[in-house]
Design a protein. Structure first.
Length: 65
C-alpha cells in the first residue's frame, strides 16, 4: 500500500489485506496522491542503490598525500 489514509475504512481495508503502508502523511486526498508520492520515493531509492558510488569507488577511504 502506498499510504495510510486518515479514513477509518481505509485503515480497516489495509489491515484486512495485511498490507503495510509506505507513507502515513495524514492525508485524505484520494485520487492516488499517496501512490504518486510513494512511487517517487521508491524510484529515488532504486536510483541511489544503482548509481551511488561506494566509499571504495569514490576513493573516500584513501589518504590524500
Amino acid at each position: 500500500a502506498a499510504h495510510q489514509s486518515v479514513e477509518p475504512g481505509h485503515r480497516a481495508a489495509l489491515e484486512k489485506m495485511k498490507l503495510q503502508p509506505i507513507l502515513d502523511l495524514n492525508m485524505r486526498l484520494g485520487e492516488g496522491t499517496g501512490a504518486a508520492l510513494a512511487m517517487s520515493i521508491i524510484e529515488a531509492s532504486i536510483k541511489i542503490l544503482i548509481e551511488m558510488a561506494t566509499f571504495q569507488d569514490a576513493k573516500v577511504s584513501e589518504k590524500i598525500s
